[in-house]
Ligand binder design. Structure first.
Ligand code: BTN
Length: 266
């Protein structure tokens, strides 16, 4: 970990979040391999109090499905990358990452759409990604289980090289916003959303997810090759897809969904 170069509202974050997460540690790194990887290492080592870890640059950012996460073009502040670790004991974990995506979208802008399970999109391009991991109780001292919620938001335009579709960036939606400002908008609603999820799960959130659902009504292709039409998201966060064989409920994180029709959001 190296020292940060930007000015981060660490005291404001600590004051706002500590009443919700007693004992919270807030840290900002200039450069790190991955905020999720670092918190997972701490969890495995048995030293993970509630922690908000922010990085100005990640050298080995991780995305879903074993992919990498490329954020920024090497310039601090071009993207927001952080992970929040907290003890969580929901009755049912299904839909957690959807609840996180919804909280981040609602905290940022009404026009942001959600592409199942938890990508944030704007005008046909990906704006932000979420990687939720869990650590076992033995590692997360005192807690049944610990969630590590990693969020990456593009703040400034990225170098489009290497992307099938160049990503969206938040400043196009919120002119003047910077990475610290985006974090301030997201952090408190995120913790509230995680605590609400712990109490009541995803079902009460499904109607709000539906208002931002990018895939609903769209032809989609599943990674096993089957195709169908997305029918929206069920109360447990499963994507419902009408296929030739009937309605399938897609739950696995190992399924990727792509709009199939030319001209559909991709
Ligand atoms: C995805 O869209 O595939 C998920 C991307 C998640 C990226 C964030 S950035 C902060 C945290 N640290 C990581 O290594 N990944 C997550």
């Amino acid at each position: 970990m190296t020292a940060p170069t930007l000015s981060w509202p660490v005291d404001a974050l600590r004051s706002a979040l500590t009443p919700l997460l007693p004992g919270l540690v807030v840290e900002v790194a200039g450069q790190i391999d991955s905020t999720n990887s670092e918190l997972m290492r701490r969890a495995r080592a048995g030293r993970l109090p509630p922690t908000l870890l922010v990085a100005e640059l990640q050298t080995a950012g991780r995305g879903r499905l074993g992919r990498g996460w490329q954020s920024g073009d090497g310039e601090a502040g071009g993207a927001l990358a952080f992970s929040l670790a907290l003890p969580l004991a929901p009755h049912d974990w299904s839909g957690l990452s959807l609840a996180v995506g919804l909280a981040v979208a609602e905290a940022l802008h009404p026009d942001i759409r959600l592409k199942w399970p938890n990508d944030l999109w704007w005008q046909g391009r990906k704006l932000a990604g979420i990687l939720v991991e869990t650590a076992s109780g033995a590692a997360a001292a005192g807690a049944g289980r610990c969630a590590i919620v990693g969020i990456g938001v593009n703040i400034a335009p990225l170098d489009g090289t290497g992307f099938a579709t160049p990503p969206a960036w938040l400043q196009a939606l919120l002119p003047g916003v910077d990475a610290p400002g985006a974090l301030l908008r997201i952090a408190v609603p995120l913790v509230h959303a995680l605590h609400a999820f712990e109490q009541t799960g995803f079902a009460p959130l499904a109607p709000r997810f539906a208002t931002r659902d990018l895939l609903a009504g769209q032809p989609v292709q599943l990674s096993d090759g089957s195709e169908g039409v997305a029918l929206g998201v069920g109360p447990d966060g499963a994507l419902r897809v009408r296929c030739a064989t009937g309605v399938r409920e897609v739950r696995s994180a190992e399924v990727s969904v792509r709009p199939a029709a030319p001209g559909a959001p991709a």
